[in-house]
Write a protein that binds this ligand. Structure first.
Ligand code: SR1
Ligand code: MG
Length: 431
C-alpha cells in the first residue's frame, strides 16, 4: 500500500490515468483547479509522453496549464511483459526536490506528488522544446552550454561530500540506493548488453553486423565497459540525475530546464557529464543524415562542438569555484590547508581531481554513445535518418569515437582533443 512520504508507491487505488481520469485527478486538487481556471470539462488534455517509460499529460484551462506525469507499472516502450516498479516516481520526485534546492532556475516547478497514483504535477514548460528535437531541427541554443554546466556543477557539487555534510549525504545515499530496478536497467543496457549477444539489442542490420560482432570480441573495450560499470556501482560521489540525455532537457533560446530524474542514484559524477556529452556527440554524428541541398549542417556541426567544449570548460570553472568558495561538506576541510604550502597543495589537488573527472566523463561518454546504437534504446537523432546506409555511416563513426573514448580515456588530456577526434572522424570515408 502506498504511504505518503515513503517510497511505497501505488497500491490498490492505482489506476493508469487517461484523458478523462486526469481531469478527475486534478479536480481533487484545489490548487490545480485554480491554476487552470474554468470548469474541468472545458480543459484540454493531451497525452504527450514520447519517452520509454511513462505517461505525460499536458492539461490546459482558460487561466494556465499544468503537466501530470504518471509512472506505468511496466516499460512503456516494451509493454506489460516487462514490469517496472512504480516507486521510480517517488525517486524522481525526491531527486527533483533536491535539484530544486541546488539549482532552482534549471528544473521545472513542482506542485504536487500523489503517492497512490505515482503521479507528479508540475510546471508546464512553454514554449520549450525537447532539446533532442531541437538538435535534429538544427536549432541553436545560446545558453545551453552555460546552463548545463551550471546544472551539473551545482547538483553534483552540492550533493557530494564536498557540498553536503556527511550525515545528510549518507541519508540521501541510503534512500536512493533503493532505486535498484532502474539502476539495474542502466547496469545492463549501458555497460553489458552492447558487448554480448542479448535479445534486448538491435542495430542497423546488416550494415552494422560486423561492427557489433567486433564490439563483442574486443577484450580491451569490454574491460573498459566493465571498469566503467564498476565505477557506476561503487563510486557514490554525488546524486546523479542518472539519465541526462538530450531527451531529458527542455529548452528555448533563453531558458534551459532539466526534467525526468527517475534514474537518480548516487554514483560517479562523470556519469551525468558523460551522458550529456554523449548525446551532443550523437547529435553531431547524426547531422550528416539531416543535411539537405539547402542546409549542409556544416556550421551547425561546429556549433554542437562549440557547445560541447563550452559545457566542459564551464563545468570545470563552476565546480572549481564552488569548491574554492567552500561547501558544507566534510571532505577536504579548508581548516587543514590554511598555511601557504597547504593552500598550494589543495589547489593542485583540485586541478588533478578535475583531470580525473574529465577522464571518467569521457569514458562514460563513449559507453553512452555505444549503447544508443547497439543496445535496446536508440535515439531519434539517428533513428530519424530514413536511409539505412546513411544512418549506418553516421553510426559507424560514432561507434569508432565511442570506442576511442572508452579505451583511450586516460590518455586524452583536454576537451579540445575530444573535439579534434570528432572533427577528424567526421572527415573519414566509411567503408
Ligand atoms: C527500458 S528503459 C530504456 C532507457 O530509457 C531511459 O531513458 C534510460 O536511458 C533507459 O536506459
Ligand atoms: Mg526519461
Amino acid at each position: 500500500m502506498g504511504q505518503a512520504g515513503s517510497r511505497f508507491v501505488g497500491g490498490a487505488e492505482y489506476k493508469a490515468l487517461d484523458e478523462t481520469r486526469v481531469r478527475g485527478f486534478l479536480v481533487a486538487l484545489p490548487f490545480a483547479e485554480t491554476a487552470l481556471g474554468g470548469a474541468a470539462d472545458a480543459w484540454t488534455v493531451r497525452e504527450v509522453g514520447d519517452g520509454n517509460l511513462n505517461l505525460v499529460f499536458i492539461v490546459k484551462g482558460p487561466k494556465g496549464g499544468l503537466v501530470v506525469k504518471q509512472a506505468l507499472p511496466y516499460v512503456r516502450m516494451v509493454g506489460e511483459s516487462w514490469p517496472l516498479p512504480l516507486d521510480r516516481a517517488y525517486f524522481e520526485h525526491e531527486a527533483l526536490k533536491i535539484q530544486t534546492l541546488a539549482a532552482p532556475r534549471l528544473v521545472p516547478k513542482l506542485y504536487h506528488f500523489d503517492t497512490m497514483q505515482a503521479a507528479t504535477v508540475m510546471e508546464l514548460l512553454e514554449p520549450h522544446l525537447i532539446l533532442r528535437k531541437g538538435l535534429i531541427k538544427g536549432l541553436r541554443y545560446p545558453k545551453l552550454a552555460a546552463d548545463m554546466a551550471e546544472f551539473c556543477a551545482l547538483t553534483l557539487f552540492r550533493t557530494s561530500d564536498l557540498g553536503s555534510p556527511a550525515a545528510e549525504k549518507r541519508e540521501r545515499q541510503v534512500r536512493f540506493s533503493h532505486n535498484i530496478t532502474l539502476s539495474k536497467i542502466t547496469e545492463d543496457l549501458v555497460f553489458t548488453d552492447p558487448y554480448r549477444v542479448s535479445d534486448m539489442n538491435r542495430w542497423t542490420t546488416p550494415q552494422l553486423d560486423k561492427v557489433a560482432a567486433a564490439f563483442r570480441a574486443d577484450a580491451p573495450l569490454k574491460l573498459a565497459a566493465q571498469e566503467l560499470k564498476w565505477m557506476f556501482l561503487t563510486r557514490g560521489e554525488a546524486l546523479l540525475h542518472g539519465d541526462l540525455h538530450t531527451g531529458s532537457i527542455m529548452a528555448t533560446e533563453t531558458d534551459t530546464r532539466v526534467i525526468d530524474p527517475e534514474f537518480a542514484v548516487f554514483g560517479p559524477m562523470g556519469f551525468d557529464l558523460g551522458a550529456f556529452m554523449a548525446n551532443l556527440l550523437l547529435a553531431f554524428f547524426a547531422q550528416e543524415g539531416h543535411a539537405t541541398t539547402s542546409d549542409d549542417r556544416i556550421a551547425y556541426r561546429a556549433w554542437i562542438l562549440d557547445t560541447l567544449e563550452a559545457f566542459w570548460t564551464g563545468f570545470e570553472a563552476r565546480f572549481l569555484a564552488l569548491w574554492a568558495k567552500g561547501g558544507a561538506g566534510d571532505a577536504f576541510m579548508p581548516s587543514l590547508f590554511t598555511d601557504e604550502v597547504g593552500g598550494v597543495a589543495l589547489e593542485a589537488y583540485r586541478h588533478m581531481t578535475m583531470t580525473r573527472l574529465f577522464q571518467d566523463a569521457i569514458g562514460f561518454t563513449g559507453a553512452k554513445m555505444a549503447r544508443r546504437i547497439l543496445g535496446l534504446a536508440h535515439v531519434e537523432d539517428l533513428e530519424s535518418i530514413e536511409d539505412a546506409d546513411a544512418r549506418a555511416k553516421c553510426e559507424k563513426l560514432a561507434l569508432r569515437m565511442a570506442r576511442d573514448l572508452m579505451v583511450g580515456r586516460n590518455a586524452i588530456g583536454s576537451i579540445q582533443a575530444v573535439r579534434d577526434m570528432a572533427e577528424t572522424l567526421a572527415k573519414e570515408v566509411v567503408a
